[in-house]
Write a protein that binds this ligand. Structure first.
Ligand SMILES: [Mg+2]
Length: 143
């Protein structure tokens, strides 16, 4: 496989729908995609505004769903943040966040951007087609 990446992932609005401080419903295929990226050897970092109890709940939610983060709100597990020496921005190769300019792509698209040489299976293509139709429908019905 290609070299593993450090992938920073936001929580609210990205892995789950935005219901902070509650935990919203899963954004479609988020956890399945993260599990797959994890299996491929990538290092997933949870990079969220959550802290304390709300942060613990997010970490636990992901763990229950088979996603174990390499680090949480830090560049590596043992990092002890010292603002005199360390930057708040973490060291990652890719950031997945619903506040990206242009918004959050579907998780199928995210998977493909990270694995550009993998051709989607027919099943995946159908799923992502169904997903994009559904989001068009949502936008229409929201008017
Ligand atoms: Mg967010």
């Amino acid at each position: 496989m290609e070299s593993p990446l450090k992938i920073a992932v936001d929580f609210d609005g990205t892995i789950v729908e935005h219901r902070y401080p509650e935990i919203g419903k899963e954004v479609m295929f988020a956890l399945q995609t993260l599990r797959k990226l994890q299996e491929q050897g990538h290092q997933l970092i949870l990079w969220t505004y959550r802290s304390g109890k709300e942060l613990d709940e997010a970490v636990e939610y992901c763990r229950r769903n088979g996603v174990e983060f390499y680090a949480v709100n830090s560049s590596y597990p043992e990092e002890e943040f010292d603002e005199d020496y360390d930057s708040r921005k973490i060291d990652a190769d890719i950031f997945i966040d619903d506040r990206n300019i242009g918004g959050l792509p579907s998780w199928g698209e995210i998977y493909q951007m990270i694995n550009p040489h993998e051709k989607p299976t027919l099943e995946e293509e159908l799923k992502s087609l169904a997903q994009s139709k559904r989001s068009i429908f949502k936008k229409r019905s929201a008017r």
